[in-house]
Design a binder for this molecule. Structure first.
Ligand code: FES
Length: 101
């Protein structure tokens, strides 16, 4: 059963942050309209999306081969990846980012 887990202080989240919970890596992104969390592992060959470049305001490009994912939905927007990445619910309370994992 998924639980809310305290991940990072909002003030310390600039653009992207790798959060690890029970060996599960989650990429947390701060966009203009809020905070989002997706699987940190690219669905192509598992590179860390938290190290990717944010483009177009809401997409991340994988640092290894350049697949592009929608940070808000996890959808693939460019090859070589063909499968989406998982998304996780996020809330911000009292200056902290929480992720439901
Ligand atoms: S590992 Fe991400 S595009 Fe290949």
């Amino acid at each position: 059963m998924a639980k809310w887990v305290q991940a990072v202080e909002l003030d310390k989240l600039e653009k992207a942050y790798k959060f690890v919970h029970r060996r599960k890596e989650i990429a947390i992104f701060r966009l203009d309209d809020g905070v989002y969390a997706i699987d940190n592992s690219c669905s192509h060959e598992y590179s860390p999306l938290s190290e990717g470049i944010i483009v177009g305001g809401s997409d991340v490009c994988c640092p290894k081969h350049g697949s592009r994912f929608d940070i808000r939905t996890g959808a693939v927007k460019d090859f070589p990846a063909t499968r989406p990445v998982a998304t996780f619910p996020v809330k911000v309370e009292e200056g902290w980012v929480w992720v439901k994992v």
